[in-house]
Write a protein that binds this ligand. Sequence first.
Ligand code: PMP
Length: 351
Amino acid sequence: MSRYWSSIVKNIEPYVPGEQPKDRKYIKLNTNENPYPPSPRVLEAIRRAAGEDLRLYPDPDCSELRETAAEYYGLNKNQIFVGNGSDEVLAFSFMAFFDPERPILFPDITYSFYPVYAKLFNIGYEIVPLDDQLNIPEEKLYKSRGGVIISNPKAPTGQLLPISSISKIVENNMDSVVIIDEAYIDFGGESAAGLIDSYPNLLVVQTLSKSRSLAGMRIGFALGDSSLIEALGRIKNSFNSYTIDRIALAAANESFRDEEYFRSVSAKIICTRERTASELKDMGFTVLDSKANFLFISHPDVAARDLFELLRDKGILVRYFNKPRIDSFLRITIGNDSDMDYVLETIKNLL
Ligand code: PMP
């Protein structure tokens, strides 16, 4: 700490990302990346963009990408906001829609960035405890004073709230914004994007990092009523109007146009997830029902932290959360079939 730091920096508890160690080669199943490369058409678009016009600034309105995305989601261009990864879109949304005086609600166990943003932007929050099955008691998210944010499928458990529950939560908070963070929606969930024309207080946030294999590129979206999108534009232009670079814009555009590729990759991951879940259950694990590209698992005879360390020694990185309620679980990202065969074999030998 330095005396030159602002009080914001002094008081902040920064988000701790999943580790990225370089000491050896690991099978990396700790940050929910896609095991498959981006679509060949996207890679070609990146090559093309890199060879053209990088001396020019990108389009600050991301017009072409927003039009392509609008067509994909069945919305209008003015209902789409583009940011540098959904983490940035979420940060801008906290600034645009949540106030210090009116506390927001989010579940006890959720994406760890939400409390970090709330503290950073001085937004009050109340935490809603989960039930015994780690489910969200939905009614507790009704009638917030300042807004609601949840991830669906849920982080880090992978459980999915049905669309009927989402619409009830939105409907019961018409005086504030409800943000649905759908980072993992393409692995078996139904997006709330279809509700946007019915609810002016609904903001859906998505990313190209997971199902589109573009985590390294940093592209995220917000979908919502045009007045919400306008507010996000005001925040963005107050920081850096050129947030999205030309190469990322080209990649994202092509990714939306090549739907078939990402659908087939997602189907492969879902298939590997279901096979992995069933083999883990056969070994005595509790495996929560996941509609994401990861599994949340716990074994009655092995401490999660010990298993985390044993797997690390064998070259497999998974995620352990040292938090009450979930410290008996590990989160394992679904890799390709040979990664998962090695993981299952290693766990079998360790048990
Ligand atoms: N939301 C959730 C629930 C996540 O798990 C992640 C990834 N860590 C993100 C948002 C952010 O993803 P990105 O910034 O890569 O779009």
